[in-house]
Design a protein around this ligand. Structure first.
Ligand SMILES: Cc1ncc(COP(=O)(O)O)c(C=O)c1O
Length: 438
């Protein structure tokens, strides 16, 4: 037993369990997966090497691994309504890189994705990422209202002629019009890649429109709203096969030998378990509640005069621009953590601050909805967020770079003793204790 053989790691796991139980986990890309998913992860499937694909492996002894992988593929195909899926990408970043390896010539092929500071992901062609270093990339931004500006995106696509347009984002709180993206991609002859990592669960449950009729390729992580283990799916649609009948072969080859070695069979099994769960009526209900909670929370925050990017939320996440409140996002995230509300600091469109000290925070409802919280709890959470942000106003950061770094260090140590924030945590704990984790 781990408790006896490695008490240090055992204790750390128990500490993390306690933390996850006590706090309001509101990072929108996180969730509490089921015990069954965790059970599948911790099995002997971890011990096997299965390089290759079902029935075409480089190693012997893969009859069971083949069945596991085929089951995961079949469940994903059915859930999302696609003819092909690869379940081997080890996580989201590898999944997108594999798509670019499959379709683009290094240093020549061009990606057009949303800029990071406007809610795009690093792997959508940002210059800091391999996806922007090994391929050409151009970035689009949002319109003045911080919403997608399809006229501007079309104009830029016509000028830049990208090979792949990426839609699906990491900090966009509104519905994505995949049909419009599809029309633009078709007009310029580009592939449309919809990376629905954040909203895959909502799509599976039918509470967000699906990109499947409009995109050629759909990618998603499995551990966010889909509530599975860490992992990823790369899907090819009928439209994708019409454009390129070899698409699935290219993607398979991009994963192995292009990018990875053996798949993580225990992870594949856990993905299969989560896909079965995601096909249930209970999951549909859960996903509808994620959105309901997010919208209620947004409404309540607006009452406290918070400035929500995009004006509100249609999905699972809310992006708050704290400039008007004169609180830095990094300080706010620290303060909220002391108050037991775990969110992440985040850039906002046209942010004048650097990524480590951005002007906003990003929060979401997938994990707290898994615990069974509903709209009455959102009213209390908004009140506590407001109290914590008001309290944060006393922790101001200077604008000079070095002084700011020193001030932040001091804030980090001082804020731990803030009585008001610690008091909020007591109330949070009282609430979370009523919503036990299964
Ligand atoms: C839209 C999007 N794509 C890809 C990823 C990358 O996933 P991972 O962190 O598993 O590499 C993320 C992660 O946050 C994401 O939000």
């Amino acid at each position: 037993m781990l408790k006896q053989s490695d008490p240090q790691i055992y204790k750390l796991i128990k500490d993390e369990e306690k933390r996850q139980r006590e706090v309001l986990e509101m990072i929108p890309s996180e969730n509490y997966t089921s015990k069954e998913v965790l059970e599948a992860l911790g099995t002997v499937l971890n011990n096997k090497y299965s390089e290759g694909y079902p029935k075409k492996r480089y190693y012997q002894g893969n009859a069971v691994a083949d069945e596991v992988e085929i089951l995961a593929e079949e469940r994903a195909k059915k859930l999302f309504g696609v003819p092909y899926v690869n379940v081997q990408a080890l996580s989201g970043s590898a999944m997108n890189l594999a798509v670019y390896i499959a379709l683009l010539e290094p240093l020549k092929g061009k990606i057009m994705g949303l800029a990071l500071s406007f809610g795009g992901h690093l792997t959508h062609g940002q210059p800091q990422s391999a996806t922007g270093r090994f391929f050409k990339s151009v970035l689009y931004t949002l319109g003045k209202d911080n919403l997608l500006d399809f006229d501007a995106i079309e104009k830029q696509a016509l000028k830049e002629k990208p090979d792949i347009i990426v839609c699906g984002f990491t900090a966009y709180p509104r519905i994505i019009d995949f049909e419009k993206f599809g029309q633009i991609a078709d007009k310029v002859g580009a592939y449309l890649l919809a990376d629905v990592s954040h909203i895959a669960g909502l799509i599976a449950a039918g509470v967000h429109p699906s990109p499947v009729p409009y995109a050629h390729i759909v990618t998603t992580t499995t551990h966010k709203t889909l509530r599975g283990p860490r992992g990823a799916l790369i899907m090819v649609t009928d439209k994708g096969f019409k454009k390129d009948p070899e698409l699935s072969k290219k993607i398979d080859a991009a994963i192995i030998p292009g990018l990875q070695g053996g798949p993580h069979d225990n992870q594949t099994a856990a993905i299969a378990v989560s896909l079965k769960e995601a096909a249930t009526p209970a999951f549909k209900k859960y996903s509808a509640h994620i959105v309901k909670n997010s919208q209620k929370l947004a409404q309540e925050l607006i009452k406290y005069d918070f400035d929500l990017v995009g004006g509100g939320s249609d999905n699972h996440l809310i992006l708050i621009d704290l400039s008007k409140k004169q609180v830095n996002g990094a300080v706010a995230a620290l303060a909220l953590e002391i108050a037991g509300i775990v969110v992440n600091k985040n850039g906002v469109p046209n942010d004048t601050m650097p990524p480590f000290y951005p002007s906003g925070i990003r929060l979401g409802t997938p994990a707290i909805t898994t615990r069974g919280m509903k709209t009455p709890e959102m009213v209390s959470i908004a009140r506590w967020i407001n109290e914590a942000i008001e309290e944060s106003k006393k922790y101001q950061l200077p604008s000079e770079k070095l002084a700011r770094r020193e001030a932040f260090k001091k804030i980090k140590s001082d804020i731990k003793n803030n009585k008001k924030l610690k008091n909020i945590f007591l109330k949070v704990k009282e609430m979370t204790s009523k919503f036990p984790l299964s």
